[in-house]
Design a protein around this ligand. Structure first.
Ligand SMILES: Cc1cc2nc3c(=O)[nH]c(=O)nc-3n(C[C@H](O)[C@H](O)[C@H](O)COP(=O)(O)OP(=O)(O)OC[C@H]3O[C@@H](n4cnc5c(N)ncnc54)[C@H](O)[C@@H]3O)c2cc1C
Length: 387
C-alpha cells in the first residue's frame, strides 16, 4: 500500500535493502510472532538470524564486523521488522541506536576494537539509564560509582532495561558525585560476567512481550578506568545525545507497527462479507482506512525527514521529537482502528490486530514520554521560532 509513496522518497539502494529486510521478516519472524508473544520470550534463533542478516550492527564499520552502513538504513530495518513484530524491532533498535552509536561516537579506539566485533557477531547489548525514582527526570539517578585507584565500584539498581534478559554487555549510567546533579553522571561499559552484577525482576508487560525488560542489580561491580565511555561527569551528554537520535528509531518502530496493522485490516476488509457485501465496499470503512493511511504516511515522512537530517549532520532535535511524538500517536490510533475493522475477531488472541494494539502503547512511554517530546518541541520553538 505505502509501496507507492515510499518509492518516491527512497533511493534504489534503500529500496533494495528495505525489500530484503521485509522478505527476511516475513519468512523468518512472521511464523513465530504469536508463539514468542505468548511465551514472553524471543527465540534465540531469531536473535541469531538478526545477527546473520547484519541487522545488529548496521552502522558499525566492516573492519569491526559490522555492515558499515548508515543511520537511515537502521531506521528502515527497524520499521520493516516492526511491521511484522514490534517486539523484535526494539531488540535491534536498542542495539543499533542506543548502544553502537554512542560506542562509535564516544568510544576510544581500544574500546571499539574490544567490544564492537562482539556486538556485531552475537553479543546482545542494553542501555541502562532509568531507575525506580528516575524516569523522565533521568539525571536524578541514584546508582553510585565510587572511585578507586584503578577504576570505579558501581552500586545501585536499574529498572526497565530492554534486552537485559539476553544481553551480555551494558552501557550503565551512574553518578560519581550525587551532589553534583547531572554533572556527576558517567557512562560505564559493564559486562554481564562482572562480579556483583545480576538481573532482578523481569517485567510482565502489556505489549512487546517478546522483548525482555528487566531490573539490573549492581553490588560493588568493579569497572576499570578504561571502561568509562566518554568523560567522567559527561555521561549526561552521552545519554541525552544518544536518546535524541534514538527516538527516531522509536518513531520508525511505530510507523512499521501502524503499517503492519493497517495492511492486515485492509486485507480483512476485502474478504469479510456482511449485508451481502465485502465490508471494504462500505464507504465508512473506506474512509476509516483512508484516514489511517494518511496519518501513517505523515508519520513516516516525519520519521524519514528526522533521519535524513541527522544523517546529513544538520540539526534534528525538534524534528526527532515531533517524529516520535506523532508516530506513536498514529500507531496507537491506527492499531485501534485496525482492531475494530476485524469486529469481534479483533478482540481475540487469534487476530494479529490485538497484538499490534497492545504493542502500540509503549511508543508514547519509552525514550521520553509524549509529554517530554512536547516539552522538547516547545522549548525549541520558544528559543528559535517555528521554522
Ligand atoms: C517496556 C519498557 C522498556 C524500557 N526500556 C528502557 C531501557 O532500555 N533503558 C532505560 O534506561 N529505560 C527504559 N525504559 C524506561 C522508560 O524510558 C521510562 O519508563 C520513561 O522514561 C518514563 O519514566 P517513568 O516510567 O519513570 O515515568 P515518570 O517519569 O514517572 O512519568 C509518569 C507520568 O508523568 C509524566 N511526566 C513526568 N514528567 C513530566 C513533566 N515534566 N511534564 C509533564 N508530564 C510529566 C509522564 O509523561 C508520565 O505520563 C523502558 C520502559 C518500558 C516500559
Amino acid at each position: 500500500m505505502s509501496e507507492h509513496a515510499a518509492l518516491t522518497i527512497l533511493s534504489e539502494e534503500e529500496q533494495i535493502f528495505r525489500n530484503a529486510v521485509r522478505d527476511f521478516a516475513e519468512r523468518t519472524i512472521r511464523p513465530r510472532v504469536a508463539e514468542m508473544d505468548r511465551a514472553s520470550h524471543v527465540l534465540p534463533e531469531i536473535v541469531q538470524a538478526l545477527f546473520e542478516m547484519d541487522l545488529m550492527a548496521i552502522e558499525v564499520p566492516e573492519e569491526w564486523g559490522g555492515a558499515g552502513s548508515r543511520f537511515f538504513m537502521s531506521i528502515l530495518a527497524i520499521e520493516e521488522i516492526a511491521r511484522v513484530d514490534p517486539a523484535v524491532a526494539v531488540i535491534l533498535d536498542v542495539q543499533n541506536t542506543l548502544v553502537e552509536i554512542p560506542m562509535l561516537r564516544w568510544g576510544t579506539d581500544a574500546q571499539k576494537c574490544r567490544f564492537l566485533p562482539r556486538l556485531a557477531s552475537g553479543t546482545v547489548a542494553s542501555f541502562a539509564l532509568s531507575e525506580a525514582g528516575s524516569g523522565s527526570d533521568a539525571f536524578a539517578l541514584r546508582c553510585e560509582a565510587r572511585r578507586e585507584e584503578d577504576g570505579f565500584r558501581l552500586t545501585g539498581r536499574k529498572l526497565w532495561i530492554t534486552n537485559a534478559g539476553e544481553a551480555e554487555f551494558f552501557i550503565v549510567f551512574a553518578t560519581v558525585d550525587s551532589k553534583a546533579g547531572h554533572r556527576g553522571v558517567t557512562a560505564f561499559l559493564v559486562e554481564r560476567a562482572a562480579s556483583g552484577f545480576s538481573l532482578g525482576r523481569k517485567e510482565e508487560k502489556l505489549g512487546i512481550r517478546a522483548s525482555s525488560t528487566c531490573e539490573l542489580v549492581l553490588e560493588q561491580v568493579f569497572v576499570p578506568h578504561d571502561q568509562v565511555l566518554g568523560e567522567v561527569g559527561k555521561g549526561y551528554k552521552v545519554a541525552i545525545e544518544t536518546l535524541n537520535e534514538g527516538r527516531i528509531g522509536i518513531g520508525a518502530q511505530m510507523v512499521g507497527l501502524a503499517q503492519g496493522a493497517l495492511e492486515g485490516a485492509l486485507s480483512y476488509a476485502k474478504e469479510r462479507m456482511q449485508f451481502g457485501k465485502k465490508i471494504a465496499d462500505f464507504q465508512a470503512i473506506q474512509h476509516q482506512l483512508a484516514r489511517c493511511a494518511t496519518e501513517l504516511e505523515a508519520a513516516r515522512l516525519l520519521v524519514y525527514n528526522a533521519a535524513r537530517l541527522k544523517e546529513q549532520g544538520r540539526p534534528f532535535l525538534r524534528e526527532a521529537a515531533m517524529a516520535k511524538y506523532y508516530a506513536s500517536q498514529v500507531a496507537e490510533h491506527v492499531a485501534s482502528e485496525a482492531l475494530e475493522i476485524y469486529g469481534g475477531l479483533g478482540f481475540t488472541k487469534d487476530c494479529p490486530a490485538e497484538k499490534y494494539f497492545r504493542d502500540s502503547k509503549i511508543g508514547k512511554i519509552y525514550e521520553g514520554t509524549s509529554f517530554i517530546q512536547l516539552d522538547t518541541i516547545a522549548k525549541s520553538m520558544l528559543a528559535e521560532g517555528i521554522s
